[in-house]
Design a protein around this ligand. Structure first.
Ligand SMILES: Nc1ncnc2c1ncn2[C@@H]1O[C@H](COP(=O)(O)OP(=O)(O)O)[C@@H](O)[C@H]1O
Ligand SMILES: [Mg+2]
Length: 248
């Protein structure tokens, strides 16, 4: 399994929204199943935002912590987002999420790495050294840092980029929207590789609520085309990384 960690440096640029979009688009583009894990130490929003129940959640998974992580154990703690995407939600309370996640994250991150045929998109919230999700960042195959191309997000992004680069964590940047600052300039200043630009769609939450459209014509809408292209680029990077490791 590959772990794609999605997080931000500061503010609320759209990391959770992108995580959901990538998760929903993953299988149609890569042919591999995906699971979405909400590991945001500030607390979960997915259950409330997508009409899911508060249980099962990370709490139920943590109760199985003494056993090996299997697909069945993982899936029995997941709910289906938009009737499509197995999703492990975090409790809405940040303190509870942090309490549960801190001892669980390492086992979950290493356990996920052992599972075949399924990839994990992990919403890690803000990427911080003392975040309870830091193990996901350290064990991920790719960290996608999300930022709006605004000057006030550039400074924290540059700092965060320095940190992850110095720790050798494979990282790419996704900008949400392309104004007012050119995403290429954000990438240049942060020395991050620009994976792409997530379209700025005022009704993005409503669009994702219905999941990936079954109808191919509807998948040609900008949002789904953009997500498919981002998934395609991530998958390509993962394959290139795996080839590099094999060759080494
Ligand atoms: N691509 C986007 N286009 C327009 N609005 C967005 C987009 N992504 C997120 N938003 C909006 O921004 C707000 C924060 O999004 P969220 O994904 O929760 O951010 P984060 O996880 O970074 O805190 C939400 O109201 C969401 O609908
Ligand atoms: Mg979020």
């Amino acid at each position: 399994m590959s772990i794609i960690a999605v997080g931000s440096a500061k503010a609320s640029p759209g990391a959770t929204t992108l995580s959901v979009g990538l998760g929903l688009s993953w299988e149609a583009t890569t042919g591999r199943r995906a699971v979405l894990i909400e590991a945001d130490g500030d607390g979960g929003v997915l259950a409330a935002r997508f009409g899911l129940a508060s249980t099962p959640s990370l709490v139920e998974l943590s109760a199985t912590a003494r056993h090996e992580l299997t697909i069945d154990r993982l899936q029995s703690s997941c709910q289906l987002l938009a009737d499509q995407l197995p999703t492990l939600v975090a409790p809405g309370c940040g303190d509870t999420t942090s309490l549960v996640l801190a001892p669980l994250a390492k086992r979950l991150a290493t356990g996920l790495g052992q599972l075949d045929d399924i990839d994990a998109v992990v919403d890690v919230g803000r990427v911080r050294q003392h975040s309870p999700a830091v193990e996901f960042v350290q064990h991920c195959d790719l960290l996608v840092l999300v930022a709006r191309p605004q000057f006030d997000q550039l400074v924290p992004l540059v700092h965060q980029a320095r940190r992850v680069i110095s720790h050798d964590i494979p990282t790419s940047l996704v900008c949400v929207g392309d104004r007012p600052y050119p995403p290429t300039e954000m990438a240049k200043a942060s020395q991050l590789n620009l994976l792409g630009v997530m379209s700025h769609e005022p009704r993005v939450a409503q669009a994702l609520e219905h999941g990936l459209p079954a109808n191919q014509r509807h998948r040609r809408l900008l949002l789904w085309r953009t997500l498919a292209e981002l998934v395609h680029r991530i998958h390509f990077r993962l394959l290139a990384g795996a080839d590099g490791q094999e060759a080494a």
